[in-house]
Design a binder for this molecule. Structure first.
Ligand SMILES: Cc1ncc(COP(=O)(O)O)c(C=O)c1O
Length: 540
């Protein structure tokens, strides 16, 4: 089959459905589509296999584990294995390609030294490899690179090497690296667009095949940045075991390979989202693109929230926190299974890296709960309407509830956990039937990133003259919030409310009542911490 006959997926769901009704890949189909493509369109296919088989990665790289993930398997109803590249000494697969390239340099080239540009994992692989081989490396990184990554590169580098922070983005740092190659005659170690780098990454496929002889693997999922990882895995798979489908996974806002495969040529994106920073490239390589056209069965695109959910899912099975790019494959596999209805298959997802910035964990944990539905809704501005509204959602767990007086009507931000997608539809219908018309904010990035934190602030002075601010903590257990609301006396006018579950034993609630009747609740609800400006401190 000619390459233009390979059905490519599009942005968004971005998956091709396999032809059989069960959604199961057909080994024969795979053999025809991909092995023929590769062998016919790729005169140097054999060279790639040879390069993978001769790759010298094991001086520094580990044969990482291929581990069964029971919880993920149960969640997506397929057998899931994770290829644990987080186990490498630099916590990502990038060491394989970098070392394979550097070790193959001639003595004269090694003498001249090397040069690399990267915002993260490749830089670590290059610094580590150069140190092992006693070579001088100049590593250019954007000034915006998180210090945790810069420090890691400096930590691996030998005395002859140097880390240079330059420019605001990868492209500017890359120009500086090219200028250095020109001026100093150093050899560039490209992060993805180099046959030896690609072949180094291809050793992952070789290991997967060797480690899964007792399994019938249907598909492998790999993150795509510049395309070196998926090209290396795909080249080896399509030649050696073409029945295994190869899927590339990209973030929806950083989908250079998906766009390029659709267009049939390398497409340069005007900008990229930076959440999965390890894989955020404006333009894939021409060599990686040439390979991907022939060895990648399809692309899957995922959202930031789906990546966060994959970080959490992987953590639940392994207790390892993958970085966003490192979790892309798991995310794409999950999306593929859920959207195509594939069940009972065997999937491998490459957990490609775990260089997670600790500071990002708060954001990840906030977004990881895909069972959480965020809505905004307007309710009548009158005592008791909070509870009327909340009873429509109960007994589902409410995880967030924010309100600031300003109406009528009262505008509320709320998140709750539906039991299933069907249950969510049921709740929305139920609310509408009671005259509440909730707006689903699940896809509203502005609301999720900023809006939820902006509820509060100055309100009309007429409505807030006697306002007093309280902070409550109460044990977080089913029904606590409902009980709390039920104990609010009906004469009580709440002018600000902020509730967020914290997955701790206690949950804080902030609300300034206009009447000091809350003292009635202090006895049954434990301690109350008056906030700044509170006039009721004597109540404690
Ligand atoms: C953790 C991680 N996964 C995947 C990728 C994508 O690799 P490639 O650029 O070879 O597609 C990268 C790129 O740096 C990465 O750091």
């Amino acid at each position: 089959m000619a390459s233009d006959q390979v059905a490519r997926c599009t942005i968004g769901i971005a998956c091709r459905k396999f032809s059989s009704a069960s959604g199961s890949p057909n080994p024969e189909d795979g053999a025809q589509v991909s092995q023929n493509n590769f062998m016919n369109n790729f005169p140097d296919a054999f060279e790639y296999i040879t390069r993978v088989l001769n790759a010298k990665v094991y001086d520094v790289a580990r044969r990482t584990d291929l581990v069964y993930a029971p919880k993920l398997s149960a969640k997506i109803k397929n057998r899931v294995f994770l290829k644990r590249e987080d186990q490498q000494v630099c916590f990502s697969f990038k060491l394989r390609g970098a070392y394979n390239k550097i070790v193959a340099l001639s003595d004269e080239e090694k003498q001249r030294g090397i040069c690399a540009c990267s915002a993260g994992n490749h830089a670590q692989g290059v610094a580590y490899s150069a140190a092992q081989l006693g070579i001088s490396a100049k590593i250019f990184m954007p000034q915006t690179t998180p210090s945790i990554k810069v420090d890691a590169v400096r930590g691996y580098a030998n005395e002859q090497s140097e880390v240079i922070l330059i420019g605001d983005n990868y492209n500017m740092a890359y120009s500086a690296a090219m200028a250095c190659v020109e001026a100093e005659g150093r050899v560039l170690v490209h992060p993805f667009n180099d046959p030896l780098v690609i072949a180094g990454q291809g050793t992952i496929a070789q290991e997967i095949i060797a480690q899964s002889t007792s399994e019938n693997v249907d598909a492998v999922f790999a993150c795509v940045g510049g395309g070196g990882l998926v090209a290396g895995i795909g080249a080896y798979m399509k030649a050696i075991k073409p029945s295994i489908k190869v899927f590339g996974v990209e973030a929806s806002d950083s989908d250079a390979m998906t766009q390029s495969l659709k267009a049939g040529k390398v497409v340069e994106l005007p900008s990229v989202g930076l959440f999965a920073d390890g894989a955020a490239v404006l333009k894939v390589g021409d060599e990686t693109f040439r390979l991907c056209q022939n060895v990648v069965d399809d692309m899957v695109n995922v959202s930031t929230d789906e990546i966060c959910a994959a970080i959490k899912d992987t953590f639940i099975d392994t207790r390892v926190v993958l970085e966003p790019a490192g979790a892309l494959a798991v995310s794409g596999m999950t999306k593929y299974a859920l959207t195509t209805g594939a069940v009972g298959q065997t999937f491998v997802a490459v957990a490609s890296g775990a260089n997670m910035d600790f500071d990002r964990l708060r954001f990840v944990s906030e977004r990881a709960d895909t069972s959480e539905t965020m809505i905004s809704v307007q309710i009548p501005e009158r005592p008791g309407s909070f509870i009327d509204f909340y009873r429509e959602i109960y007994p589902r767990n409410v995880t967030e509830f924010s309100y600031r007086i300003g109406g009528p009507p009262a505008s509320i931000f709320m998140s709750f956990q539906a039991k299933s997608p069907e249950d969510k539809v049921e709740v929305m219908k139920q609310l509408a039937s009671r005259g509440f018309f909730p707006k689903d904010l699940g896809n509203n990035e502005l609301a999720k990133t900023h809006g939820r934190h902006l509820v509060g602030g100055r309100a009309p002075s007429k409505q807030t003259q006697d306002e007093v601010l309280f902070r409550f903590e109460f044990p977080e257990k089913p029904g606590s919030l409902l009980k709390f609301l039920e104990h609010l006396p009906s004469a009580f006018n709440v002018s600000l409310f902020h509730y967020r579950t914290q997955d701790m034993k206690r949950t804080p609630v902030i609300r300034p009542p206009r009447c000091p009747a809350s003292i009635l609740m202090l006895e049954s609800w434990g301690r109350c911490w008056p906030c700044a400006g509170c006039t009721a401190s004597s109540w404690n």
